[in-house]
Design a protein around this ligand. Structure first.
Ligand code: SF4
Length: 151
């Protein structure tokens, strides 16, 4: 079983109220091979919501050495961490080995996240949920690497 970012299957859970539809992710969902999650909604954030960015690396933020801040200056760190924990709980319940998460997101990013300046620039790094899943032995790939599942 897979965990998949809900926005990749067309669910309008993105901060903007839109989605990041990906045909291959939806196929896996329709085949009954996945459970959809949106960590930010699971953490109690509304949709739509203000965009948020990490001020530090995900591992440091989880340890309390950094924050996740919205573009209006609100500290949403606790909600992001709660959403990551709830996602991990779901992954354990369904015995997921792999998660397919949306690249670039402060929760779901696999290799890249926005750099904390709200200038549209990305940097190397993981989202909070990606970090927590990988730390607990669950493989995370992004939708950009989904082809590797079908080799
Ligand atoms: Fe998609 Fe993840 Fe952002 Fe939710 S938190 S909208 S699943 S990228």
């Amino acid at each position: 079983m897979y965990i998949i970012s809900a926005c990749l299957c067309g669910v309008n859970c993105k901060y903007s109220g839109k989605n990041n539809y990906n045909e291959e992710c939806l196929k896996l969902f329709k085949e009954g091979k996945s459970v959809l999650v949106c960590p930010e909604q699971l953490g109690g954030l509304t949709t739509p919501r203000n965009p948020a960015e990490l001020t530090e690396r995900a591992d440091n933020i989880i340890k309390g050495n950094g924050k996740i801040i919205t573009n209006t200056g609100e500290d949403v760190t606790k909600k992001f961490i709660l959403g990551a924990e709830e996602t991990l709980k779901i992954a354990k319940i369904i015995k997921a080995n792999t998660a397919i998460l949306k690249e670039g997101s402060p929760s779901c990013g696999r290799k890249q996240v926005y750099d904390g300046t709200f200038s549209g620039k990305k940097k190397t790094g993981q989202g909070i949920t990606t970090y927590l899943l990988e730390k607990n032995g669950i493989e995370v790939i992004s939708e950009e690497d989904i082809a590797q599942l079908f080799k």
